[in-house]
Design a protein around this ligand. Structure first.
Ligand code: SAM
Length: 489
């Protein structure tokens, strides 16, 4: 009897201890589905999740009639599924490597410290791992891992150069214009322009290219899927050579294919090598620029000046081995000497429509710019409530879905002059449009058009794709809008 009471007491104590630990230990999901544990679990589970999908495909094939199976066999369909299994294995080399690096760089957060961390008792590692694994096993997202693999191609391969050229060129042209000293007297600019923020930077190729132009560039990305993938490129232990890695980014969607799997060079099973350059956060230093990563929510970023004073938002550098050139945005970000602080330039690429509340995004863009600062935008308006999951960053529904003229008018109301747009939020009069074959629809200067707008700042429609498979029978072409706005007050 006494022993039974003792046992009950002991079990109750264990239960209370469990509740206490659960409530006091840090939550493993600071950004939910884009958090470190979610991304880590997803990269780790890529192969098992893919194989589960393949098992379903095999079961579907097995369910067709014997005579149809014979037909399928005659064109090598079962062999195609076997090839798919091999491809998953090859992709998993990369995803496993990304996950392994994450374990090294975030040992405490991922419970891989073996209990040696300051706050980690011996049982913490396996308890945390079990907890996060069970928490995210159901939400482990194959879609987001696959998007990251496609971003390696778009951002960091020779194959992605065509897509990059179409969307990067207009933006980089403005940056070049702003970096030239003569712009300080233009009616649309008030230089010098040195500090640059790119929220929703994805795999950061644009941020990297911008930093090479001499800008002090801050790349801010919420999704740890993107951040872990970029870290995989930045860390010498995982990436040290051009074209070191090979990925099969398109093997996950077999619709719209023209060529059978046997022709690996043209089919969805083809591989792409990356990276076309081996990036380092220090590369920009020789050009007088810098590249800083902020792994977190752009909406919580403060102005550079405040950042230094209140240290509310610090770049994340959890691993002493991780490249640590995380300079603060330039002190020139007080720009024209108003002393109010803020970034000189804010650049959004395929970003503003990913926000659950675009008004918060627009307000924060305005807030973070210094007076005279420039906002450059290029992208479509694919709101996430109507296109859930279309982008890697589209986690939840949008609370409101503004049209372009609405965005321009809100921008104006906040104190930003959107160059080349009228009071009604529409592009100023134009006489016609025509494609120059480079994805860009040019607008001729028309009557009433604002005079003296630098060519590179004129609003334009840019026909472009986003991580597209060029060989398929289906293309999704965006007519993305490019515009530049200036913070007036
Ligand atoms: C459509 S993707 C575009 C990525 C990149 N600009 C490009 O063109 O490759 C949008 C990105 O914004 C990120 N994102 C969305 N909301 C964010 C926020 N509040 N703070 C930082 N990043 C955010 C998403 O995680 C996603 O990587």
């Amino acid at each position: 009897m006494f022993l039974a009471v003792l046992l009950v007491l002991f079990l109750s104590l264990l239960f209370i201890l469990h509740l206490y630990i659960s409530s006091t230990l840090p939550s493993p999901k600071p950004h939910g589905i884009f958090s470190l544990p979610a991304a880590y679990t997803s990269f780790s589970s890529y192969l098992s999740l893919s194989n589960a999908e393949l098992t379903r495909m095999r079961a579907s094939y097995a369910s067709i009639s014997h005579s149809h199976k014979k037909l399928g066999y005659s064109i090598g369909y079962p062999a195609k599924l076997n090839r798919l299994a091999e491809i998953y294995q090859r992709n998993a080399k990369i995803t496993r490597s990304i996950a392994a690096l994450a374990e090294l760089q975030f040992p405490n957060e991922l419970g891989k410290s073996g209990g040696s961390g300051v706050n980690s008792p011996w049982w913490w590692g396996s308890w945390f791992t079990n907890r996060t694994t069970s928490q995210f096993a159901s939400t482990a997202s194959l879609v987001r891992v696959r998007e990251s693999l496609k971003h390696f191609v778009r951002d960091w391969s020779t194959d992605g150069a065509i897509e990059r050229k179409v969307i990067f060129t207009p933006v980089l042209d403005v940056l070049r214009y702003l970096s030239s000293s003569s712009t300080s007297t233009s009616p649309f600019t008030s230089g010098p322009y040195k500090s640059l923020l790119i929220p929703g930077s994805g795999l950061s190729r644009l941020a990297y290219e911008s930093s090479l132009l001499g800008f002090h560039t801050t790349a801010c990305e919420l999704s740890m899927f993107m951040n872990l993938a970029f870290r995989f490129l930045l860390d010498e232990s995982t990436t040290s050579q051009i074209n070191q890695h090979e990925v099969h980014p398109y093997a996950h969607w077999l619709s719209h294919q023209r060529v059978s799997w046997q022709d690996d060079s043209e089919s969805a099973f083809r591989s792409v090598k990356f990276p076309d350059v081996v990036p380092s956060l220090r590369d920009a230093e020789v050009k007088g620029g810098s590249l800083e990563l902020v792994e977190g929510d752009f909406l919580t970023l403060s102005k550079p000046q405040q950042q230094r004073q209140h240290s509310g938002q610090q770049p994340i550098d959890p691993n002493p081995n991780f490249p640590s050139s995380f300079p603060s945005p330039s002190s020139s970000s007080t720009g024209n000497g108003t002393g109010t602080g803020g970034y000189d330039i804010l650049l959004t690429l395929f970003f503003i429509d990913t926000s659950p509340n675009i008004l918060s995004t627009l307000s924060h863009i305005h807030h973070l710019l210094r007076p005279g600062g420039i906002w450059i935008n290029l992208g479509p308006l694919l709101y996430t409530s109507s296109a859930l999951g279309s982008y890697p960053g589209s986690g939840g529904g949008s609370r409101l879905e503004l049209s372009l003229d609405g965005i321009v008018r809100v921008g104006r109301g906040l104190g930003m002059d959107v160059v080349g747009f009228g009071e009604d939020g529409r592009k100023r009069k134009k006489r016609g449009t025509g494609e120059d074959g480079d994805g860009e629809e040019e607008e001729e200067e028309g009557e009433g058009e604002e005079e003296g707008i630098p060519e590179c700042m004129k609003p334009r429609t840019i026909c472009c794709e986003y991580t597209a498979d060029k060989s398929t029978m289906m293309r999704w072409i965006y007519e993305a809008e490019f515009f530049v706005a200036r913070k007036v007050c």
